[in-house]
Design a protein around this ligand. Structure first.
Ligand code: ZN
Length: 392
């Protein structure tokens, strides 16, 4: 169903603005009034990364009057494959600053507000408050639940997108007119079950496909044109090249937007989502070594069996000398357990220490009580032991 425009029209357009936005103005559905709504709109983009890059550039080009950017990270070389708002000369610089300069170049009429801080339960309400609509470009569950709950509590529409390898999803969560993110996903996935883009990879151009859908929906909601993705989940498959939408219903029992909400203020979302499972946390307590300690063990010739639990293509990119590749799935399923030597101490590692902690719980339960894992994984090995190796 069509919804009323979110934003009222701002001041009349200047001669410069008429020239700049003429291709919008001649679309009857947008027209001068629609463009004035965009001019008056305040949109916050959470994350100037994969989705945030195309979203910010197109929102700026479209003439959204005020753009907020939340990001505390710095540009890394591995970002440039998809985060097109940043360039080679921005490596090592603040993402928010880099985004600001790109936006200025695309459209100097846009007012940009930078929030160079990590979004959390203490600052989210304050940061969101002045904006009409929130576009989420983050890739972790804790932030999504945080953004959702803050948007429901403040009564703001939440334009959500998600990407992984060749698959994308998008929706508009707006409790006033439809379901929220929690109605669709009431519980976060068990820790370690859903790989992130850093673990599983993402096709760079997928960010543009989904980021542009998010901007499309933001423009529709602001101007009140078309049928926004409220109550619908869009699913995109880049390999099949197919878009389909499925209906999402509001859950009357939803703890945030339901009839009797139990979440009436922001909670601790890191705890709610859990970085690793409780089993993994228990196993890792007291059984975690540093990369430097692993180096000492290898140099001393300790009788250890070093297992890399990442995927074969990650092993191909960079590996710790002497490590045997046994992907996580083979350990969690139990298939690889009989291959493990009984007379050596098992040392597990992955990319950053989360997957190896999950494996550690299984390996210890299988009787390898003195097994340990490497905190920080191969990334810690690169930074602490051998910085000449490629990072990813
Ligand atoms: Zn809900």
């Amino acid at each position: 169903m069509p919804l009323p425009p979110l934003v009222s029209p701002g001041a009349d357009l200047t001669v410069d603005e008429v020239r700049r936005y003429s291709r919008h103005l001649i679309i009857p559905d947008v027209g001068k009034t629609g463009q004035r709504r965009l001019k008056n709109a305040r949109v916050l983009v959470v994350g100037a990364g994969g989705l945030g890059s195309p979203a910010l550039l197109y929102l700026a080009a479209a003439g959204v009057g005020t753009l907020g950017v939340v990001d505390f990270d710095v540009v890394d070389e591995s970002n440039l494959q998809r985060q097109i708002i940043h360039g080679q000369s921005d490596v090592g610089r603040s993402k928010a600053q880099s985004a600001l300069e790109s936006i200025r170049e695309v459209n100097p009429l846009v007012e940009v507000v930078l929030h160079e801080e990590r979004l959390d339960s203490d600052n989210a309400m304050r940061i969101f408050e002045p904006y009409d609509l929130i576009v989420d470009g983050t890739d972790n569950f804790a932030t999504r639940y945080l953004v959702n709950d803050a948007c429901v509590l403040l009564g703001k529409p939440y334009v959500w997108g998600s990407i992984y390898r060749f698959d994308g999803q998008a929706s508009v969560f707006w409790a006033e007119y439809g379901p929220c993110y929690r109605c669709l996903y009431p519980e976060p996935p068990p820790p370690g079950m859903v790989p992130s883009c850093a673990e599983g990879g993402v096709l760079g151009v997928l960010c543009a496909s989904i980021g542009s859908v998010q901007v499309n929906e933001a423009i529709k909601v602001i101007t009140g044109i078309g049928e926004p993705l409220v109550g619908r989940l869009m699913i995109y498959d880049a390999l099949e090249m197919s878009y389909r939408t499925v209906k999402v219903r509001k859950d009357p029992e939803c703890p945030v937007c339901g009839k009797k909400p139990t979440v009436t203020e922001l909670i601790d979302y890191e705890e709610f989502c859990g970085a690793v499972s409780q089993d993994a946390q228990l196993a890792a307590d007291g059984s975690t070594i540093t990369a430097a300690e692993l180096k000492d063990m290898l140099d001393r010739g300790d009788d250890i069996f070093l297992i890399d639990v990442r995927e074969p293509n990650e092993y191909e990119i960079v590996s710790i000398p002497g490590a045997t590749l046994i992907p996580k799935g083979e350990i969690l399923s139990g298939a690889a357990l009989e291959k493990l030597p009984q007379d050596k101490r098992i040392v597990l590692h992955c990319k950053s220490g989360q997957r190896s902690a999950e494996c550690l719980a299984v390996v210890q339960n299988a009787g390898f009580a003195d097994a340990v894992h490497v905190g920080g994984g191969v990334l810690a090995w690169i930074s602490q032991v051998d910085p000449s190796l490629p990072s990813y």
